[in-house]
Design a protein around this ligand. Structure first.
Ligand code: KE4
Length: 429
């Protein structure tokens, strides 16, 4: 494929933007090659500046669940922008989307809109600390909650599981309050809570891991976290930035039947616009300013155009629950096709799949946490990724990302995706 314009744009970008991109994973560093600069997208397809078309399996990292340029969302945005893009004052749509989120997500009684998933998780931790008066919180290795300092923490060395900074610029003072545990390891969490009795404000988790590749919780794990949080007076936070409104109308918490105290949201909630949110129990959320003492603010929070996009997307999902069975069936057909190719080529790679999320792991081990995810052959994944790209299928440019299926992917696209997988996997033998 000719990608000269993308290449020229990337060279220009590197002169003005760190790494030439506005978010690191987009630079294709994990897979080799150069990023595509996208000119337009419609339905299941992305089109780069050189006019090459690709079936989109990332869908903007989740938001484009209805495919690109969904007309009802587009119309709502065009209508809203004519009334001015921003007021910096309350608007009707903020009330309407809050009412709808409370109706759709089982655990949310009150919700605050912010501008990204990172803002949502940062704020949720702050309010959990303010509500409990405690400082520490537990996160899980391989779970990503945005780029807030408190989350950029690697597992500490040795028995003490106090975190260590995972990025320059994050201070030891910050890291000392972040405790790390392996995903799907309830016993480890039980011990952490015993060792830090009455010091832990919150446990934050992706109820289905998406940032180490797709890693569902093992049976009883989330239920066990719920019980431990009740026993220790700890706020259970489900980071549903990825899974919210994707795995079910009410997100992973509805699908898996475990109710958190707080939920963080993003991606789909904005219909493609920069929106995040955090919400949950009234008694906790009423600690948030100006109702309570925990400060949090945002110039463009509840922006009318972004609210119009998010409202239209959530309304469509709320009115069309068949979307969820449709994208689950589509994903199952794709996964079954890949499994047939793996068997055909004698490859022992493993696949994790839930709803409209899946990951093909280049490892013969069952992937249940970050340690097992790291056994993957990332060089082989890079070859596979680029072969798929050459065949017009746009995957996440990292082994440690989930894929997201949209309603715009129909039988024709399924057939092309499965065929491309067969060629790409065959090329690795
Ligand atoms: P944002 O700040 O990127 O809106 O959201 C951060 C975030 C929080 N929680 C979860 C579970 C997330 O997956 C994310 C962001 N997801 C990544 C995809 N792995 C966004 C893509 C990127 O960083 O460019």
């Amino acid at each position: 494929m000719n990608r000269k314009i993308s290449l020229d744009l990337f060279e220009r970008a590197k002169g003005y933007i760190p790494g030439g991109v506005n978010s690191p994973v987009r630079a294709f560093k994990a897979v080799g090659g150069n990023p595509l600069f996208i000119k337009t997208a419609k339905g299941a397809y992305l089109y780069d500046e050189d006019g090459n078309g690709y079936i989109d399996m990332i869908n903007s990292w989740g938001p484009m669940i209805l495919g690109h340029a969904f007309e009802a969302v587009e119309e709502a945005v065009i209508k809203a922008v004519k009334d001015s893009p921003s007021f910096g004052a309350p608007g009707r749509r903020e009330v309407e989307i809050a009412e709808l989120i409370v109706d759709m997500v089982p655990s949310i009684e009150k919700v605050r809109m912010v501008n990204s998933g990172t803002e949502a998780t940062m704020s949720a931790i702050r309010v959990a600390r303010g509500f409990t008066g405690r400082q520490k919180f537990i996160k899980f290795e391989g779970c990503y909650h945005g780029h807030g300092d408190a989350f950029l923490i690697a597992a500490g060395s040795g028995a003490v599981t106090m975190g260590t900074p995972d990025s320059p610029g994050v201070t030891p003072g910050t890291a000392q309050d972040t405790l790390l545990a392996p995903f799907n390891n309830l016993e480890f969490v039980r011990q952490l809570l015993e060792e830090n009795r009455d010091q832990v404000a919150a446990i934050i988790i992706e109820p289905v891991g998406g940032n180490m590749g797709c890693v569902p919780p093992e049976s009883g794990f989330l239920e066990g976290l719920r019980s431990l949080c009740d026993e220790h007076g700890v706020v259970l936070i489900f980071d549903e930035v990825m899974t919210g409104f994707r795995l079910a109308r009410g997100g992973a918490q509805e699908r898996l039947g475990v109710t958190p105290d707080l939920t963080t949201l993003g991606k789909i909630i904005g219909g493609g616009f920069p929106v995040g949110a955090y919400g949950g129990k009234k008694e906790i959320m009423d600690f948030v300013s100006p109702a309570g003492p925990v400060y949090q603010a945002g110039t463009l929070s509840g922006n009318p155009v972004a609210m119009a996009a998010g409202l239209e997307m959530l309304r469509h999902l709320d009115d069309n629950p068949g979307v969820y069975s449709q994208i689950e069936k589509t994903t199952t057909k794709i996964v079954d096709g890949i499994k047939q190719s793996l068997n055909k080529h004698g490859l022992k790679y493993t696949i994790n799949h839930i709803g409209s999320m899946y990951s093909l792991f280049f490892s013969d081990q069952k992937v249940t946490d970050f340690e097992t995810a790291k056994t993957c052959d990332t060089a082989k994944f890079g070859k596979y990724f680029n072969s798929m790209l050459e065949q017009g299928v746009y995957l996440a440019p990292s082994q440690f990302e989930s894929l997201f299926i949209s309603t715009a992917i129909l039988q024709q696209e399924i057939d092309q995706i499965v065929e491309a997988n067969d060629v790409a996997l065959g090329g690795l033998v």
